[in-house]
Design a protein around this ligand. Structure first.
Ligand SMILES: NC(=O)c1ccc[n+]([C@@H]2O[C@H](COP(=O)([O-])OP(=O)(O)OC[C@H]3O[C@@H](n4cnc5c(N)ncnc54)[C@H](O)[C@@H]3O)[C@@H](O)[C@H]2O)c1
Length: 263
């Protein structure tokens, strides 16, 4: 399939675990991909791997000036943006709310929530110039529940859900659809690398055996949903949240275990 021929797709945090999978997926389906990140070497390496129809731009999503520059450069290189994927995201040190570091709070809210807000603001005029398009925000199942020790991350992802709905209302008249994907546990460095020396990686806190689908996701599981949502096949879907968590949030693990042990 080539659902993205002649489309320009800008992805934030595209050098990372899920972002690089998304970049490869869009590129394989004909898009010109604008890989953006703060990790310039990794971003440039990905673009070299992709070859034609791929460009790297430095874009710190917390910087309005970087956004302005990225959109101008994108239009110069590849024309207006048809698809924006607000994918960049971070976690910070785990702590109880009462012990947490305010700088960590600001860092996580800054990248995950304010970065998404700035991305929508900066890209909306370009999406309009392209004749309409699609924004997909990468939220999280953490935006559907509370989770001890990561209040910053949970609050940021709940915020992304509200932002998604509001942007969908505001941009629908311009032919721009806005949706979120809310992944569960995905095998990327974000959760497989300890957040600070001596800490266990976040993935250690989850037991995929308790999910209805008994594994964590691979990035490609999320990319296939993203490609659908960003494409014209999803032409009437906007303001929607799409959980891809292998059934993690379905209900008590015990019940899921009992069902699956009966075969
Ligand atoms: N991995 C999971 O289990 C999981 C689950 C749910 C949601 N998510 C979300 O998926 C998205 C992608 O995460 P991932 O798992 O691929 O993580 P990752 O750490 O592999 O990739 C994140 C990328 O974001 C980049 N980044 C960090 N700060 C940035 C900034 N200020 N500006 C631009 N880029 C910046 C990093 O350099 C990195 O390349 C994030 O929004 C994350 O919150 C991840």
């Amino acid at each position: 399939m080539t659902r993205f021929d002649n489309k320009t797709v800008l992805i934030t945090g595209a050098a990372g675990g899920m972002g690089s999978s998304h970049a490869r997926g869009f590129h394989a389906e004909g898009a010109t991909v604008i890989v953006t990140d703060v990790r310039d070497e990794a971003g440039a390496a990905l673009v070299a791997e992709l070859g034609d129809r791929a460009h790297y731009l430095h874009l710190d999503v917390t910087s309005p000036a970087d956004w302005e520059n990225a959109i101008a450069e994108t239009e110069r290189l590849a024309g207006p943006v048809s698809v924006l994927v607000n994918n960049a995201g971070i976690l910070a040190r785990t702590a109880l709310i009462e012990d947490g570091d305010l700088d960590d709070w600001h860092d996580v809210i800054g990248v995950n929530l304010t970065g998404t807000y700035l991305g929508i603001r900066a890209t909306a005029p370009s999406l309009r110039r392209s004749g309409g398009g699609s924004i997909v925000n990468i939220a999280s199942t953490s935006g559907h529940v509370g989770t001890g020790l990561i209040a910053h991350y949970v609050a940021s992802k709940w915020g992304v859900r509200g932002l998604t709905r509001t942007a969908a209302i505001e941009l629908g008249r311009d032919g721009v659809r806005v949706n979120s994907i809310d992944p569960g546990v995905v095998n990327t460095p974000l959760i497989t690398t300890p957040l600070h020396p001596g800490a266990a990686p976040v993935s250690d806190y989850f037991s995929p055996d308790a999910f209805a689908i008994k594994r964590m996701a691979e990035p490609q599981d999320i990319t296939s949903l993203l490609l659908f949502l960003a494409s014209d096949q999803a032409s009437f879907i906007t303001g929607s949240e799409h959980i891809a968590d292998g059934g993690m949030l379905l209900g008590p693990a015990l019940a899921a275990g009992q069902v699956q042990n009966r075969s």
